[in-house]
Write a protein that binds this ligand. Structure first.
Ligand SMILES: Nc1ncnc2c1ncn2[C@@H]1O[C@H](COP(=O)(O)OP(=O)(O)OP(=O)(O)O)[C@@H](O)[C@H]1O
Ligand SMILES: N[C@@H](CCO)C(=O)O
Length: 286
């Protein structure tokens, strides 16, 4: 059996939605599963990533169904590795789909979400990679509950630094406990963000995106450009800049009209790294 898969990049957290909220983006991981072979062969030009069954896509597929036969697989990806744009989630979601098709498992989307969340540890990237659009999820006592929602017409401007930041490293700086009052404030900010996004109030959404209490403060030293880009945007009256996933990418959610201003101000101050305007992917894996 031969087939092709396309999985979108994702941006998690949107400020206060730590480990819960994510949005699918129009950068893609493309995987072609070709002829059967003696062993798994993964052809790609992504640098330091395995070419055999240790590749995250294949190890995920084998974890889901160890009986599937080896194939030659060609991978192409626009999603930069370890930059906070959901590269590992895209690989995990692709691996689950490979097992689903080769093993004829007939998994439902909810089952795929449950497997992906267990493997990734949180649903914020894997859920939009599966469903597309904005997805708000909870993962409590091993139960994943997700709601998919359409976003108003908007644009996302990403500043992608040259250096990598592994999620594992970026989570090490987070506290084990939060004071009750801070947790209540953090959750109220997250609730208000979701209501603002769902009612199309981008102005309030932008303010709530920047009011996170859960992770950005602790990660500030790892990503000094978050504060810098936020201040540059504020000087133009633009709110809505956050740390994408575990970083180091900095994302600004803004209107289509204002996205070129955001791009310009970042370009003027940062000569290294990439600055790109992105749209929301509405399909998820297909
Ligand atoms: N297409 C892929 N094929 C194989 N392995 C991959 C692929 N994409 C990512 N990985 C693995 O995942 C690692 C990056 O995962 P990590 O969770 O640190 O970052 P991320 O998923 O890009 O960022 P974030 O979770 O913050 O959005 C890479 O170093 C690589 O080992
Ligand atoms: N919510 C996760 C996303 C990256 O996997 C984090 O910020 O660590």
């Amino acid at each position: 059996m031969q087939f092709t898969l396309k999985v979108p990049a994702t941006s998690a957290n949107l400020g206060p939605g730590f480990d819960s909220i994510g949005v699918a983006l129009n950068l893609y991981l493309k995987v072609e599963v070709l002829e059967e072979s003696q062993t798994w062969i993964v052809e790609h030009n992504m640098g330091k990533v395995y070419h055999d069954e240790r590749n995250l896509i294949i190890s995920t597929a084998l974890a889901v169904d160890p009986t599937i036969t080896p194939h030659r697989v060609v991978v192409e990806s626009d999603i930069p590795l370890a930059r906070g744009l959901g590269s590992s989630s895209s690989a995990i979601v692709a691996g689950i789909e490979i097992a689903n098709r080769l093993g004829k498992l007939e998994l439902t989307k909810q089952q795929k979400l449950e497997i992906a969340t267990k493997l990734e540890g949180h649903p914020d990237n894997v859920a939009p990679a599966i469903f597309g659009n904005l997805v708000v999820s909870s993962y409590v006592d091993n139960i994943v509950t997700s709601v998919v929602a359409k976003l108003p017409d908007l644009s996302l401007v990403a500043y992608i630094p040259e250096e990598v930041l592994l999620t594992k490293e970026s989570r090490k700086v987070l506290p084990d406990m939060l004071p009750f009052k801070t947790a209540i404030e953090g959750s109220s900010v997250g609730n208000t963000l979701v209501a603002a996004l769902l009612t199309g109030n981008l102005e309030k959404a932008g303010k709530m995106i920047e009011a996170d209490k859960f992770h950005e403060t602790y990660r500030a030293n790892l990503v000094p450009y978050l504060k810098e880009i936020r201040e540059l945007a504020h000087a133009k009256g633009i709110y809505g800049t956050y740390l994408s996933g575990a970083g180091p990418t900095i994302m600004t959610i803004t209107t289509k009209e204002k996205s070129s201003i955001v791009k310009e101000i970042i370009e003027k101050s940062f000569s290294k790294g990439k600055i790109i305007s992105l749209d929301v992917d509405i399909m998820g894996i297909n």
